[in-house]
Design a binder for this molecule. Structure first.
Ligand SMILES: Nc1nc2c(c(=O)[nH]1)N[C@H]1C(S)=C(S)[C@@H](COP(=O)(O)O)O[C@H]1N2
Ligand SMILES: [Mo]
Length: 360
């Protein structure tokens, strides 16, 4: 599919900036999410970049500033592939709206995808530029898209320890093919385990500096606030910068409102645990009063990939509230209600996923 075909195939939340997510059965169709089924989150225009003349600039606290083409990256550094989830901090926001209004697009559980990302380690590029690895530094990204209604380009940063982690990539390919335009062609950062906002697309430059990026995307946006804070009272400096994503799970099939047959039905979904492993997924067909354990598909050997699960449930005639919750390797599970973590921006919605169905 090309971009306009992909747009028709996805559930579009906005045309400009372009934001879209797949139907959940498409999301569950393959362990590696096809670009055709991959959500898109953008804050500005879709830059058209010529891959041949493209250069990435490395600047700031480095002994050797670099300007690198895609061919330079491929020739000078090890090429590695990491299987990892990309997930928006607003994934599942729709379910938080039921508590009280929240700002932002009403994402269903589809603002997530899992892919093989191929590129070079950011650590190798920074080392080649000569950074002081012991310093308390930040790695700031600046991009080619201009944030909608503003006059600045998209930018964000990560701390040096995550920048130097072996999983953190400058990626030029997704599932073995060059990045599609809407996913950051020709080069994006992939910061596994972190919210998508820290994985900038259409990279223009990387600056090593002693402060986090001053870009409003980093300084003001994507902050977690307590439940009593509103848009009027929010002080971005006091918000928690969202990085590692929480434990979460979603039912992808059946879909809400589905009419099922009485008897055996298969329930399928995904679970994620940021940079940890999912060890168990419980599923209920009575709103969480009783639980059974789903079967985990153990294909993933990367803790940054998602876990697929499925279970056969025996449904009696009538209405059922299907519920899924995951457990991580620290023995922790998800909150039961969206009320527990409500925040006015609707970030990190991770309570038990509930889907109402009928069987007859
Ligand atoms: N340059 C740029 N990078 C960006 C964004 C953006 O708007 N511009 N959105 C970020 C956010 S919030 C998310 S969730 C991911 C989404 O990546 P995808 O569109 O490839 O799924 O990209 C991140 N990188
Ligand atoms: Mo996002």
């Amino acid at each position: 599919m090309n971009l306009s075909e992909r747009k028709k195939h996805l559930i579009v939340h906005g045309e400009a900036p372009y934001n879209a997510e797949p139907a959940l059965d498409r999301l569950r169709a393959a362990f590696r999410t096809d670009a055709d089924d991959f959500y898109v989150r953008s804050h500005g225009n879709l830059p058209e970049i010529d891959g041949g003349s493209y250069r990435l600039a490395i600047r700031g606290s480095v002994s050797t500033p670099l300007d690198l083409s895609i061919a330079d990256l491929k020739a000078r550094f090890d090429i590695v592939t990491v299987t990892a989830v990309m997930q928006c901090a607003g994934n599942r926001r729709y379910d938080m709206q039921a508590v009280a209004p929240v700002s932002g697009d009403p994402w269903a559980p589809g603002a997530i995808g899992n892919a093989d990302w191929t590129g070079v380690r950011l650590a190798d590029v920074l080392s080649a530029a000569g950074i002081d690895e012991n310093a308390d530094l930040h790695v700031a990204f600046e991009c080619h898209d201009i944030v909608e209604g503003e006059d600045y380009p998209y930018g964000a940063s990560i701390g040096l320890s995550k920048a130097m982690a072996p999983e953190t990539l400058l990626a030029f390919a997704m599932n073995g093919k060059p990045l599609e335009p809407e996913h950051g062609f020709p080069l994006r950062a992939v910061v596994p385990g972190f919210a998508g906002v820290r994985s900038p697309k259409w990279l223009a430059s990387i600056t090593v500096q002693d402060q986090p990026s001053a870009n409003p995307m980093q300084a003001d946006d994507y902050k977690l606030f307590p439940p009593d804070v509103t848009e009027e009272t929010a002080d971005p400096a006091k918000g928690h910068t969202i990085e590692t994503m929480p434990l979460n799970a979603a039912i992808c099939e059946p879909s809400p409102g589905a009419k099922l047959k009485v008897g055996h039905n298969t329930v399928r979904g995904y679970a994620v645990a940021g940079d940890r492993n999912v060890v168990r997924v419980d599923v209920s067909c009575d709103g969480g009063r009783s639980w059974s354990q789903a079967q985990l598909e153990a294909e993933a050997k990367s803790p940054f990939a998602w876990t697929f699960w499925s279970i056969e449930l025996d449904l009696n005639p009538g209405e059922h509230e299907l519920v899924a919750r995951a457990w991580d390797e620290a023995g922790q599970t998800q909150p039961s209600q969206p009320d527990d973590t409500w925040n006015y921006k609707g970030y990190l919605m991770a309570s038990w996923h509930r889907v109402r169905v009928t069987a007859d």
